[in-house]
Design a protein around this ligand. Structure first.
Ligand code: SAM
Ligand code: SF4
Length: 477
């Protein structure tokens, strides 16, 4: 499907951790109370959109000067605007299986939760879920699986093939499937790659080794290093779009953020390309998990905003994903600060979309903060944030991934491909799925975006929009 590019992986030692907990704490302690000048210096560096070091991030994380904090938020907004414009990519998670042999103490799927109804969707059930999602207007999915022999690489490949094969009407099919599943061996990652997946996503949860051991008591996930090197193995297998993340609430957020940036650095060093995305799950209450009701290091909204803003400044070109777990009001603020992808209309129980009318929460992983249907979310994005919802999958299908993507002149690239593709896929959504109010608001936004383009580009994009209005589907540059 996509023309992925050869990666050159440097020799690495998967038995030695690249996370040195003492060194990270030393960096934080050395910059526990930075001066105004130190903070200002980092802000000037951040404004150049070339990223930040771990030390820089430690300074911003612990900045005690309130006015400079406000300046940092403004800068994150500017960087987000310059690099991403006002696009926001939308996707839906598809929980295929809550069978899990691990015992993560924060997750409702943990093997010791005997109150959970276990379910692994069969191919027919998967098809039905995808039909519901296509009916909502989704084009991008994140397929999610518990770690269980049932969910082996081949089973995952089979389920993804089923998802890609569903077609409601011409052009109404899923165009990109990202995967969140347990880490695998290189050979199994090669099998996974045959499913033409988009991003392989796997979160370290906590980068702090002692905390990691405390919350992972049973099963394969107890192996910290095996998980830490998952992305190296995925890249070795040729999967060049990978997504990392930490589950905020398990350990000190400052440590987790620095460790995550270290992970980025090491991937760039060893694989020649950093992660395509970073995710920010915060622990949500889950049935069958006591820890989730009282996270040991709960992150409040203000701190969460700082985490997102600092990450945006530290890795300006990496996609930042926020899950459905956050409330509508907070989502709006986080979008401005640098989040570039959100899930919409999501369910976390296998079969949950189909059963949406009935209450089905007894099979869910955790309770959701945003229950609104997709059209409401899109209406709000357009009218309150002036954001263009994008369902674009162009880069991946044109082979613009991994190091190839990272190497392009970003600014130009975005106005040439991302912005036009966002408008075209949004127009598809408006024509095929939107309520009247959303369609009116959306088309007004598209017109105003066209007005900002150069005459040549405007002509080109207008032509694609006209073709879309005539019924042509899946046009992308
Ligand atoms: N089993 C695979 C694994 O653990 O990597 C993939 C599926 S797991 C359900 C996906 C992610 O859900 C985990 O990596 C974790 O960060 C997140 N998660 C688990 N419990 C959560 C909770 N209570 N609140 C928010 N996110 C949670
Ligand atoms: Fe299983 Fe993943 Fe949940 Fe852990 S986080 S219990 S591995 S589904």
């Amino acid at each position: 499907m996509s023309a992925h590019h050869e990666l050159h992986i440097r020799d690495y030692d998967p038995t030695t951790s690249f996370i040195n907990a003492d060194a990270i704490w030393a960096t934080l302690n050395d910059h526990a109370a930075p001066s105004r000048d130190e903070v200002l210096e980092v802000l000037v560096k951040a404004s150049k959109c070339q990223g930040l070091s771990l030390t820089d991030a430690a300074i911003l994380l612990q900045n005690p000067h309130a006015d400079l904090d406000a300046q940092m938020f403004d800068l994150a907004r500017q960087v987000k605007d310059t690099i991403y414009g006002n696009r926001i990519v939308l996707f839906a998670p598809l929980y295929v299986s809550n069978h899990c042999a691990n015992s993560c103490s924060y997750c409702g799927f943990n093997a010791d939760n005997h109150g959970l109804k276990r379910k692994t969707l069969d191919q027919d059930e998967i098809r039905k879920e995808v039909e519901v999602l296509l009916g909502m207007g989704h084009k991008r999915l994140l397929a999610v699986y518990g770690e269980h022999p049932r969910n082996n690489a081949q089973a995952i490949v089979d389920s993804i093939k089923t998802m890609y094969d569903v077609k409601l009407a011409p052009g109404s099919n899923i165009r990109r499937i990202n995967v969140n599943c347990a880490p695998m061996s290189i050979d199994d990652f090669k099998v996974l790659k045959t499913a033409a997946i988009g991003t392989y996503q796997c979160f370290q949860e906590t980068y702090h080794p002692d905390t990691y051991s405390t919350v992972h008591k049973k099963g394969k996930k107890t192996d910290y290093l095996y998980r830490l090197y998952a992305m190296h193995r995925a890249m070795e297998a040729g999967i060049d779009d990978v997504g990392i993340g930490a589950l905020f609430g398990l350990y000190d957020h400052r440590f987790e953020l620095l460790a995550m940036l270290r992970h980025v650095e090491v991937l760039e060093r060893d694989c020649g390309v950093g992660p395509h995305t970073i995710s920010f799950p915060r622990i949500e209450p889950a049935h069958g998990s006591e820890l989730s009701e009282r996270p040991p290091y709960e992150v409040d909204d203000q701190t969460f905003k700082r985490i997102v803003a600092i990450t945006r400044l530290a890795v300006p070109y990496t996609g930042l994903i926020m899950s459905t777990r956050e409330s509508a009001a907070l989502r709006k603020e986080l979008l401005e600060l640098g989040v570039s992808q959100i899930s919409a209309g999501s369910r976390t129980d296998p079969g949950g979309y189909q059963a949406a009318e009935q209450k089905h929460d007894d099979a869910a992983q955790f309770t959701l903060g945003d229950h609104r249907p997709m059209d409401d979310i899109i209406y709000e994005l357009v009218t309150e944030s002036g954001a263009i919802p994008s369902f674009c999958t162009g880069c991946y299908r044109k082979g613009r991934t991994g190091d190839h993507f990272m190497g392009l002149a970003k600014q130009q690239f975005i106005s040439k491909f991302c912005q036009p593709n966002a408008l075209i896929t949004f127009r598809e959504y408006l024509n095929d799925h939107a309520s009247d109010a959303t369609r009116d608001a959306g088309n007004a936004l598209i017109d105003s975006e066209l007005g900002k383009m150069s005459p040549a580009r405007r002509r080109n994009v207008s032509q694609c929009l006209s073709q879309t209005d005539e019924g042509v589907r899946d046009i992308y540059l």
